[in-house]
Design a protein around this ligand. Sequence first.
Ligand code: ATP
Ligand code: MG
Length: 499
Amino acid sequence: MNEGFYDEDELKKEIAYYKKQLDQRSGQAIRHDLSITSMRHSLKQKNDAFAVLTTLQKKYTVTTPLDTLLAETIKAITTNLGMNRSVALVPAAEAGKYMVSHHYGFPPEMFSAKQLKEIPITPQYLKAGQFMLVNKKAEPDETARQIQNNLALNFFVGVPVVHDDIAVAFIITSRIVERPPFSPALDKGDVDSLTAITSLISAVLQNKKSVELALQKTAVENENEIIAAQRDKLEKTLNDLKATQAQLVQSEKMASLGELAAGIAHEIQNPLNFVNNFSEVSSELLDEMITELGNDNKDDAIAIAHDVKQNLEKILHHGKQADGIVKGMLQHSRSSSAVKEPTDINKLADEYLRLAYHGLRAKDKSFNAILKTDYDETIGNINIMPQDIGRVILNLITNAFYAVAEKKKQQPDGYEPTVSVSTKKINDKIEIKVKDNGNGIPQKILDKIFQPFFTTKPTGQGTGLGLSLSYDIAKAHGGELRVETKEGEGSEFIILLPV
Ligand SMILES: Nc1ncnc2c1ncn2[C@@H]1O[C@H](COP(=O)(O)OP(=O)(O)OP(=O)(O)O)[C@@H](O)[C@H]1O
Ligand SMILES: [Mg+2]
């Protein structure tokens, strides 16, 4: 074989080789060209979608209604993404069905009122991130067939607009023609564009919700302010009420003083009678003494002088008793000094029992009651605020008398009004009981009787402060005030005081 020459076979081989090489290269070039075309296509798609997004973003605000959002969106995608027809579907009354709310690019007669149909869309397409891509090659499923038939669309992309996990709309866009050379009418790029745009709607809806929430929050804050203002007003009213109550407490004190006054008058009457009588008698005795002295009956005069002295002692005794009663009355009218002093509780209870009884008798001569007392003599003095506890006892006894008097009015025959007062030492407590055989307290008002101003007495007769004050006083002594009652049989109020 001569160097520099090729034999025919060799040449053929070589031609075949280069031909093959050439084929391969041009294949590559074509492929490169195709991929450049497709890259250019998807770049254009992205660019278009971006342009649409920018325009829409500028248009949409949190106040834009969903209606407008859908109308603008389908118009923008049809005109700017090279589509032919688009519709927005929204949920119909029947669950799972959607109906046309907006359309763009369709012949107008397509959506005349009677032709509006409801389209069932299977739930798989209604979740965020889902999509439908229907091309020539793809075998349409039921939803796709429904859309094709009802909307007369062959190839289309559909994506949901999801807000709060609910597909508030389903947007479909369609391109009628296939793109040359042989690419499908629609591709994944179109899906991406559409998804990006519907996400914008979702974002607007979400923002709208945030704004609404913020507005609601402001509304709640306003409401809180109103509530605070109301609370301040209520507080003021409460303070006013407290002041009024304090005033009423004072007048209640004066009222119970009035009640006492009648009893006191009765009590003072006795010593005064003594003072008057003994003064008169003593004056007569002194006349006699003068006579005896004139007659030089010295012994008789001395005897008379002794009598006068005795009388004067009696006058002093009764004068002091009256003095004591007046002092007691003054003490009652004075506000509580809040000072505890050793007190004979039996004596205190008895004094107030008698005062209350005579007070009532002075007002109503026909009133009569059996008074029973049972005092525990082993108690001795206990440390209390005497005028306060005195008022408690007086209140309870006055209530008891009222109760028995009422029953007597209803049942004049065979009923003996009876009020008992007793004291008893139980371990380290003193128990004071005031019992009556009146009508008792009905169950339905039992939990109200300790409330301030609760009274069943006719207007003008009771302030309803008696038990409330008594309760407070018992508490202030570290004690308690309880009641036991049986309808028709009577009541028993029990004061328990620590020693
Ligand atoms: N011993 C009782 N028997 C029956 N009901 C009673 C008795 N004690 C109190 N109540 C009932 O409890 C109510 C409240 O008593 P409370 O002493 O607080 O007020 P009041 O006696 O009506 O008026 P005030 O004592 O201020 O003059 C009475 O109106 C009465 O209905
Ligand atoms: Mg009372």
